[in-house]
Ligand binder design. Structure first.
Ligand SMILES: C[S@@+](CC[C@H](N)C(=O)[O-])C[C@H]1O[C@@H](n2cnc3c(N)ncnc32)[C@H](O)[C@@H]1O
Ligand code: SF4
Length: 454
């Protein structure tokens, strides 16, 4: 394994979409394309599986210097109401485009920090959304992201009353040196408190986010963090690889030096140790980044082969359409992607002017859709199948060469009809997907756009 890490630790996408965002082609996209494809996707998805809705709530009170999310730091809570008004106005624009009330089988409030917002404001937001949407009687999954330092019991109860049963709390790491370096002071007692409240209120899937590869982390500190996490027995644990993306403007990753970070190989050791402890603790690995206890629906979906992956990461819902509301949010009509404006002020202005606040997007070709499905299969099921006619001679020649190299390293098995990722290959699933990425093959990005794969 250790010899493979330097070889495979290269910049690579996380494949929450295909094509990946840097390869979206403006020439394939317009507002009219987005609306047309959304309407077509909706016509199929709404009755069958329903749709997904993601809402981006960008504000945080304090900056964590490792954070790669789109957020705005402020202590001024007067920003809440105008932002919520814009979200509701954007939702109304979408509802006007759709022929019937959306059935929301998946709903996720992400951030930034949803618990920045007062519970009464979140209640107004959700009441406004559901005034023109349907919550299915069963089979829906609603979740939100809470910061352990400002989540209250009232937040948990308010969202529970709208059907939320999943909550994830950002933990990252309990070690004081690491917390200081990432500018995130967060005592264990806060995490214990919000976890207990969530259970008391009735949440059935509580998740903790941990990150490996942070500055000053070492095997002992990771062991302690995981032991503390196990003592609270969350239903799910996200164990994210730290994405060091300091070139993303304004993400404030300036609180430590590059030499304070574990190397690729040390990072892998942290991951392996973490994984072993989580597995000893009864958690199963779901796919990249995620672990769950066997009773959790994500674990069940992994076992049943019904896991899905979209911009929110792994999910149990198989919806083909995702609407994203809010600054920087991404929508997915299966044959098109669209991202909203990334600056809050521009987002607010455009919604106020009655426009869909789209910044950019991509209309998928049939070929894109085919490759997208292959990559989704690999990410969610660690296997994929195809027909011989799916590849031109040239495309197969290119793919076969790359698969042969992965196979020679013992990461996969493949033949002319499909591929299986071996357990040794699972840590390198992003590299395996890269072999299928025809956009990446055609034009390697000129500047660094992706985090390291390990
Ligand atoms: C929006 S935050 C969670 C909610 C809340 N803002 C908080 O921090 O508790 C989502 C999660 O993304 C993960 N994350 C953020 N930046 C990351 C990075 N650069 N690399 C890996 N994971 C990251 C963290 O684990 C974080 O908890
Ligand atoms: S980790 Fe969470 S609280 Fe910290 S800056 Fe990022 S989104 Fe905000």
């Amino acid at each position: 394994m250790s010899t493979l890490i330097p070889k495979y630790n290269v910049p690579g996408p996380r494949y929450t979409s295909y094509p990946t965002v840097p390869f979206w082609d403006a020439g394939t996209f317009s507002e009219a394309t987005w609306v047309d494809r959304l309407q077509k996707g909706f016509a199929v998805s709404n009755q069958a599986q329903g749709i997904s809705l993601y809402i981006h709530l960008p504000y945080c009170e304090s900056l964590c210097t490792f954070c790669g999310c789109n957020k705005r730091i402020t202590k001024n809570h007067a920003v809440e109401e105008p932002y919520l008004d814009a979200l509701l106005a954007e939702w109304a624009l979408y509802c006007d485009l759709l022929p019937e009330r959306p059935r929301l089988t998946e709903l996720h409030l992400g951030g930034g920090t949803p618990s920045f917002f007062k519970p009464t404001n979140l209640k107004r937001l959700l009441a406004g959304l559901f005034a023109s949407a349907i919550r299915p009687a069963a089979g829906f999954a609603y979740g939100w992201e809470g910061h352990p330092n400002n989540t209250t019991r009232e937040h948990l109860q308010t969202l529970y009353d709208f059907g939320f049963r999943r909550v994830s709390f950002g933990v990252q790491d309990y070690d004081p040196t690491v917390q200081r370096a990432i500018h995130r002071w967060q005592p264990f007692s806060n995490v214990r408190q919000v976890t207990e409240w969530a259970r008391e209120v009735g949440y059935t899937s509580i998740s903790h986010d941990l990150v490996f590869g942070l500055p000053f982390q070492n095997v002992e500190s990771i062991e302690r963090t995981i032991e503390q996490t196990l003592s609270l027995r969350p239903d799910r644990i996200a164990f994210y690889s730290y994405a060091h993306v300091p070139w993303i403007k304004g993400n404030g990753q300036r609180g430590f030096h590059d030499e304070d970070l574990p190397s690729g190989e040390q990072k892998r050791v942290l991951y392996e140790r973490g994984r072993a402890l989580l597995e000893q603790g009864g958690y199963g690995e779901i796919g990249m980044d995620h672990f769950a206890l066997p009773h959790d629906p994500l674990y069940e979906a992994r076992q049943a082969g019904t896991l899905h992956r979209n911009f929110m990461g792994y999910t149990t819902q198989q919806t083909a359409v995702l609407i994203g509301l809010g600054v920087s949010a991404i929508g997915d009509a299966w044959t098109a992607f669209a991202q909203n404006e990334k600056e809050i002020e521009t987002y607010l202005e455009r919604v106020e002017a009655g426009q869909l606040p789209l910044l950019r997007g991509h209309g998928l070709t049939d070929r894109d859709v085919f490759i997208r499905q292959q990559i989704l299969n690999i990410m969610c099921r660690f296997r994929t199948e195809w027909q011989p006619g799916d590849w031109s001679e040239e495309a197969w020649g290119h793919l076969e060469t790359q698969l042969a190299a992965l196979s020679a390293d013992g990461l996969i098995l493949f033949d002319e009809s499909g591929l299986l990722v071996l357990p040794e290959g699972q840590p390198f699933v992003r590299n395996i997907c890269m072999a299928f990425d025809e956009h990446l093959a055609q034009s390697k990005p000129a500047k660094k756009l992706f985090s390291q794969t390990v």
